[in-house]
Unconditional design. Structure first.
Length: 156
């Protein structure tokens, strides 16, 4: 049960989106359900930055609206994320932050391309990855530019 709760907390931290000017949230103002789900954070809740508290609460709210299948997928992604080397996790965080700074239209195009990739069979994905690996660095950059519509993403 504690392992599941820790996974939930980690998932919430990744799902949370940046909030505006955040006010601190007193632990006692949380609902009993929120307190139960965030119990591992209870002791240090008041030391968390208000922005982080807000991100966690927003992530919890989003998590609670998920279907059981979506929750399972989020937990699987968290397991995968935790298994990465610290440098890889940091690179992913930076890439996510970079993604958040993109215009909504560009974010939508990226999501659509990701969904297209996910619809490929495992064999098609392997072939596409291999074709990408076989490109020269210059060809890769040209492909990235074309896929971005000519706009450059900030590099981590």
């Amino acid at each position: 049960m504690n392992a599941m709760r820790n996974i939930l907390i980690s998932t919430l931290l990744l799902l949370g989106l940046a909030a505006g000017a955040a006010e601190p949230v007193d632990w006692q103002t949380l609902t009993p359900e929120q307190q139960q789900q965030l119990a591992p954070l209870a002791e240090g809740w008041s030391e968390l930055a208000p922005e982080r508290q807000q991100r966690i609460l927003k992530g919890l709210e989003r998590y609670q609206r998920m279907t059981p299948q979506q929750k399972q997928r989020a937990r699987e992604h968290m397991h995968h994320f935790k298994a990465l080397a610290p440098e890889q996790r940091e690179r992913m965080r930076h890439r996510f932050q970079d993604f958040q700074t993109l215009p909504p239209e560009q974010q939508m195009r990226i999501r659509e391309r990701f969904n297209d990739f996910q619809r490929l069979t495992p064999q098609q994905r392997r072939e596409l990855r291999q074709r990408y690996k076989d490109l020269t660095p210059e060809e890769r950059e040209l492909l990235r530019e074309r896929l971005r519509g000519g706009q450059r993403l900030p590099r981590a």
